[in-house]
Design a protein around this ligand. Structure first.
Ligand SMILES: [Zn+2]
Length: 570
């Protein structure tokens, strides 16, 4: 079924929310549900509720996109501020709505129509929230913003220039070793000057989260953290066993890759900053700018299959991508859904690096899934939980492999090796971040020094190649202060590793039978979020990373692939 949309992105109206209008409407919709006596009438009330919610969520998403494309525009700025003010009020209404439904006499009948998972999601979100923790939630947001602005506003003196952390990143991976070392020392100095403040912000966050957990009746924040992420079919014990699998099977493979890298680079006593440089000749470079790369992506999505062809042409036709870096644009990249128009949107800041190609594949994978899931009637089922979402994007990065000559020309193999090696090397770091957070929330009264010592002990276990002789602050275990997820999104980081292990499965399958693997992938995208993570994997015939032995089954074939590359030539 070919979809059509009469408007392009620039014609989507900017509907600035008004608190009075929205709360009046939501009060009426809520009252309608209260008065329902049967599943039949409730079904209608839910439909009306969903329709209105989809509209206000889409309005908010349109505002966000316009604002991030032009942050200096006062109209967008004001509109975004309105959305930020009103969104907690809307969340509170959603909460009231869920409370009525989960306690309804007709719940069993509705479950038959909507599925058990629909109610499990509501139960989880109700268990994670109560009006009595609102003051702590507000305080939590404030502390996270404080962290963001401290890190975002970093001013680091380096060779006569004043740089922020991302600008310094370029020098941290410079081909000249002395430059890398100096950049690492400049960063270490900045860290030592801000360590106390950053450590204090985190300490406040930990105590705040612990307090919320206890107010809601939990032993500590761990269980609450899992509920906040909507994890309904696995727990901290499963994740612990999964980390043990990564430690056993992936850590040794990653260590071999690091050794080989240093051998190729000819470095005898490597320090942590040396690993930022992958090849003597620098990273692979794409063949052109936005227009050229979008054309290649068009070719790729058209060649992969009819669904992806239709998707990408829809994105191009309706101007649903804003990719070039411009003054006034927000940093970074993302994909979002404008659900009322059945339209995904991709935002990025291309800068001429291999990251640009990654956006077209990774964010493209997210957008393709959104596009293929819009036909799912129950909105809650359109979006999977976060670890499942990353499977679509990370797998698309691998489905793009056959097209790398078109994106990178002679650098194609360099990119492929870099992509696969990075993906494997990421897993030990990912479990470090995760294990650290479990320990922190199980020991909320630990001091900053104890946290750093624990982090360093994990590094020695999972990334023993890292040496910090020239950088004493990182050397005593302060590296984690730079990992924003630890501050802003507790327990989320492991999701990237879980999805990576699933994306590897698509990679192995596509090398055996590309067409079959692609069909399976499209089916997964169309499945949306109709089941929680573990049962979503079962439905779609993917190996569950929590089952002992499955990580090894996925990793071993990759070692063979890595051996196909002659890295000494890169
Ligand atoms: Zn992603």
């Amino acid at each position: 079924m070919k979809r059509d949309l009469e408007m392009n992105f620039e014609d989507f109206p900017l509907n600035v929310p008004s608190e009075k209008r929205i709360t009046n409407k939501l009060d009426v919709l809520l009252q309608d549900l209260v008065e329902c006596g049967s599943a039949l009438t409730a079904n209608l009330a839910i439909k009306h509720w969903n329709k209105y919610m989809t509209q206000i969520n889409t309005d908010a998403a349109v505002i966000y996109v316009r604002y991030s494309c032009d942050t200096r525009n006062p109209v967008y700025k004001r509109a975004q501020a309105r959305v930020d003010e009103i969104s907690p009020i809307i969340s509170n209404y959603s909460n009231k709505f869920a409370k009525i439904l989960v306690k309804a006499r007709y719940r069993k009948d509705l479950e038959k129509k909507y599925g058990k998972y629909y109610f499990q999601m509501m139960d989880a979100s109700l268990k994670a929230f109560d009006e009595k923790i609102i003051p702590e939630l507000i305080q939590e947001n404030k502390l996270v913003s404080e962290y963001d602005s401290l890190l975002g506003g970093a001013e680091i003196k380096f060779r006569g220039e004043v740089l922020n952390l991302s600008q310094l990143g370029k020098y941290l991976q410079d081909v000249d070793r002395e430059t890398r070392k100096e950049a690492a020392q400049a960063m270490d100095k900045w860290m030592s000057e801000h360590e106390e403040k950053l450590g204090q912000i985190y300490d406040d966050l930990v105590h705040l989260r612990d307090k919320m957990a206890k107010k809601l009746g939990y032993k500590n924040f761990v269980e609450l953290g899992y509920l906040r992420l909507g994890r309904t079919d696995y727990n901290a014990k499963d994740v612990k066993k999964y980390r043990e699998q990564i430690a056993e099977t992936v850590v040794p493979v990653a260590q071999k890759l690091y050794k080989k890298q240093m051998k190729d680079l000819g470095i005898k006593d490597p320090q942590y900053y040396d690993y930022n440089l992958k090849f003597k000749t620098g990273n692979p470079k794409p063949i052109g700018g936005v227009d050229k790369l979008v054309n290649v992506a068009h070719e790729m999505y058209s060649d992969l299959g009819s669904e992806s062809k239709e998707f990408f042409e829809f994105m191009m036709k309706h101007n649903l991508m804003d990719l070039d870096a411009r003054k006034g644009k927000a940093p970074g990249g993302y994909c979002t859904s404008l659900t009322a128009y059945n339209a995904p949107f991709i935002f990025s800041n291309f800068n001429g690096t291999d990251g640009d190609v990654n956006v077209l594949c990774h964010e493209g994978g997210h957008a393709l899934q959104a596009y293929l899931s819009f036909p799912i009637k129950i909105p809650e089922y359109q979006n999977p939980t976060l670890e499942a979402c990353e499977i679509h994007s990370m797998s698309m990065e691998f489905f793009a492999w056959p097209y790398m000559e078109k994106f990178f020309g002679k650098d194609a193999n360099k990119y492929r090796y870099l992509h696969l090696a990075d993906a494997i090397e990421f897993l030990p770091y990912g479990i470090t971040v995760d294990e650290f957070q479990h320990w922190v929330y199980e020991h909320p009264n630990a001091t900053h020094q104890e946290r750093c010592a624990y982090w360093r002990s994990l590094e020695e276990k999972y990334t023993p190649h890292k040496k910090y002789d020239d950088t004493p602050t990182l050397g005593h275990g302060a590296y984690w202060l730079r990992q924003s997820h630890i501050f802003a999104n507790p327990f989320y980081y492991i999701d990237y590793t879980l999805a990576q292990v699933c994306a590897f499965q698509f990679f192995i399958e596509m090398r055996k039978n590309h067409e079959k693997a692609w069909k399976k992938y499209i089916k997964l995208c169309k499945f949306g979020g109709q089941a929680p993570f573990v049962s979503l994997l079962e439905h779609n015939h993917l190996r569950n990373p929590f089952v002992d032995g499955n990580v090894a089954k996925v990793i071993h074939p990759l070692e063979k692939v890595l051996k196909e590359f002659d890295t000494s030539k890169f």
